[in-house]
Design a protein around this ligand. Sequence first.
Ligand code: ATP
Ligand code: MG
Length: 331
Amino acid sequence: MRVVSGIQPTGNPHLGNYLGAIKRWAEMQHQTECFIFLADLHAITVYNDPKELAATIREASATLIACGIDPDKAVLFNQARVPAHPELAWILNCTARIGWLNRMTQFKEKSGKNREGSSVGLYAYPILQAADVLLYQATHVPVGEDQKQHIELIRDIATKFNTDYAVELFTLPEPLIGETGARIMSLRDGSAKMSKSDPSDMSRINLTDDSDTVAQKIRKAKTDPEPLPGDWDALGERPEARNLVTIFAVISGRTPADVLKEFEGQGFGTFKPALADLVVETLRPIKARLDQLLADPAEIDRILVTGSERAAATARPTLDGAYKALGLPRY
Ligand code: ATP
Ligand code: MG
C-alpha cells in the first residue's frame, strides 16, 4: 500500500481540508508509506502574486506539520521541486481524451460563467493530478468527496496508457473517502462545499482563525429554527443542520447518531456554543505549533528540499518507464 495526496497551497486551509484530508493523512502515515505534497503547480492555474507564493507554500507546509504530518514519517514536498510532475503530465495530456475532461464537474464549478476566459491549466489540472498520483505507483488516494471524479479519471488514463502501449506501467489507484467528514459544507450555504476559494471568509473556519472568530462564524452559520431530532434520518431536508452535526461528530470521534442522542430536542442556541468550544479546542494546539514553525522559515524550506529529493528518486523510474513505453530516446 502506498498513499499519495496533496493540497493546494493557496487560500486558507480550513476545517473541511482538515477533516476530509489532512487529519486522515496524519493517521495513515503511521500505517503506511505516504507522499504528501503542496500542489503549487496547481495553484498557478489561476493568477497568484509571485511575490507571495513562496511564503504561501511555506505556510501551507507548516500547517500540514502543525496538523500532525511528520516529515520524518511521510515524504512531504512541493510539486515545483519535482519536475517529473509536469513532465509526466504532458505525456498524459496525450493519453487523456477531451471528452473525459469535459465531464469534470469541478471545472464547470470553478470556471462558472467565465469558461472561455479560464486558463487551459485549470481545465487540464486533473491530468497533472493524474501525474501526481501515477508517478509514485500509489495504491490509495485519501481525498474529500469532491475529488472522487478526478480519481476515477486517473484510473481511466492509467488504463488507457497501459493498454495503448502494452505495458504494466501504472498502478490503478483507489480513492479513500471517509465515511463522515468527506464533504464539509459551507457555513453560509448547505449546498456548496467549504472551499479555500470561496470569496466569503464567513463560509469557512480557517485553521488559523482565533477563538472569537470561530465562535462568531459558528454563531452566524446558517441554520433553521427547528430543534435537533434524535436520529440522523430526520435531518434529511436540513443540510445546514446536518453539516454542523457532522463537524461535531468527526471532531469528537463520535457518530452523528451519538451526537444527536445527546442534543435531541435542543435548539442551535445550545448546540452552536458547544460546537464552537469543540472547534476552538481542536484548533488551539494546531495554531500554537504553527506559530512555532513559522518562526523558522529556513527549516521549512530544508524539509521541503529533502522531501522533494526523496520524491524525485521514487518518481524517476516511472517517468523513465513512460518515455521507454512511448519509444522516446531519453539518455
Ligand atoms: P479550492 O477551493 O482552492 O479548490 P479546496 O478547499 O477545495 O480549495 P484543495 O486544496 O483543492 O482545497 O483540496 C485539498 C484536500 O481537501 C482534497 O483532498 C479535497 O478533497 C479536500 N477537501 C476540500 N474541501 C473539502 C470539504 N469541504 N470537505 C472535505 N474535504 C475537502
Ligand atoms: Mg479543491
